[in-house]
Ligand binder design. Structure first.
Ligand code: THU
Length: 160
């Protein structure tokens, strides 16, 4: 038996102005998207914005439904929109924001979103950064989507 370890590093910023201008603009776009979220059931508004390598910025927000499981998280709305419009473009950065005021740490993607993000990252064979911010100003950057989901279900398993 061997003990193995999975570890990853992430960045913590004290201020959004420590990020590049591209990322700052993505934050603004994510906040705009968040304000248009349809979240009447949870009241938890989430916005996402991603930068593609073709220059396009695609946004998304959470879309809920009276049949609760039919809703979708902001980051999946954004990434599915991006991949349906520009299937060959690469994702460079993804920013996720929330309006929740009383949380002490950044909102981070649910397991289903992690699986979806990991697959697109593996498809493009290049990591993309994920920036997460909470309403109280905390801001972190994870350097790869797969960092958030070690041992994700990999599409390559289906081809073996
Ligand atoms: N939600 C997101 O949109 N993204 C996340 O990363 C976490 C959760 C949404 C789903 C649901 O509409 C609401 O937040 C409460 O779970």
């Amino acid at each position: 038996m061997h003990k193995k370890e999975v570890r990853f590093e992430y960045l913590e910023f004290s201020d959004i102005y420590e990020c590049s201008e591209t990322v700052q603009k993505l934050f603004n776009k994510a906040v705009e998207a968040m304000e248009k979220a349809y979240a009447p059931y949870s009241g938890f508004m989430v916005g996402a914005a991603l930068q593609l390598d073709n220059g396009q910025v695609i946004t998304g927000n959470n879309q809920e439904n009276a049949a609760y499981p039919s809703g979708l998280c902001a980051e999946r709305v954004a990434v599915f929109a991006a991949k349906s419009l520009y299937p060959d473009a690469q994702i460079l950065h993804l920013v996720i924001v929330t309006s929740a005021q009383n949380i002490m740490r950044p909102v981070s993607p649910c397991g289903s979103c992690r699986q979806v993000l990991a697959e697109y990252e593996q498809l493009q064979q290049k990591p993309f950064k994920i920036y997460l911010q909470s309403a109280n100003g905390g801001l972190i950057c994870v350097e790869a989507a797969t960092d958030l989901l070690p041992f994700n279900f990999d599409s390559e398993l289906l081809n073996t």
